[in-house]
Every structure is written in C-alpha cells, then in structure tokens.
Design a protein around this ligand. Structure first.
Ligand SMILES: [Mg+2]
Length: 129
C-alpha cells in the first residue's frame, strides 16, 4: 500500500518534531505546518489523507482552519473525505463540541494521549489497523 500522508498543524517546533518523527517511523509521510495559514496551503499542495490539527497557533488558529474549510467550497471539496483530528491542549467541553460541530472527526487532548495511542488512532482513521 502506498504510504499515506498526514498533515500536522502544530506551531511548537519541538512538539511538531516529536510527532513527525513518530509518525514517520510508523510509515507515514508527514507534512508539517506551523500555523493555520500554512495548514490551508498544505491542504492544497500535500493533499493529505488525514490532518492532525492543533488549535492554539499564531495567526490563523485551528478553529479558523475549520471555519475556512466550511466556508470555502474549493477547499471543502479537497478535504471533505479527509479526517481532521484535533490534537490540542485545550480540554474544555465547549472547545470539543465546537470543533466537532465545525467538522473535526475527533478531538484528542495532548496530555491524555500517548504517542502509541495517537498512532493507533491515526491508523484507525486510515484503515491501517
Ligand atoms: Mg499550539
């Protein structure tokens, strides 16, 4: 099977590197975006199979990325079948509900998910478990 591409939207470089290393070792191609604007650009250029999306990022945050996708028909066409999994420090229920309402498929609080568990979750969404 051809390797699947994951787009990782994460502004903290050390955290992005940690996830990128683990996901690469798990056999995925990883594109990293350091803010929401880059996420939007790389949705178009990298054509990811799954998006891991931080919320708190400078400039355009993860919520704004979800909003852009919902409001932009061309962008929506590209990602309508692509699972978006929030991966964030925000843990309050309002944020969870808002993200799911805005089109995210899942919502993971970073402190509650080990790397192996995140990778299992990604594989589940990509039918590789
Ligand atoms: Mg962040």
């Amino acid at each position: 099977m051809a390797p699947k591409t994951i787009l990782l939207g994460e502004d903290e470089a050390d955290i992005a590197a940690m996830y990128q290393t683990a996901l690469t070792q798990a056999g995925f191609i990883v594109a990293v975006a350091a803010n929401g604007q880059e996420v939007i650009g790389k949705i178009k250029s990298a054509r990811p199979d799954l998006i891991l999306l931080d919320i708190n990022m400078p400039g355009k945050d993860g919520f704004e990325v979800l909003r852009d996708i919902s409001e932009n028909a061309d962008l929506y066409q590209v990602v309508k079948t692509v699972p978006i999994v929030m991966l964030t420090n925000y843990s309050n229920q309002q944020d969870v509900e808002y993200a799911l309402k805005m089109g995210a498929q899942d919502y993971l609080v970073k402190s509650e998910w080990t790397m192996p568990a995140i990778i299992e979750k990604v594989k589940k969404y990509l039918d590789e478990d």
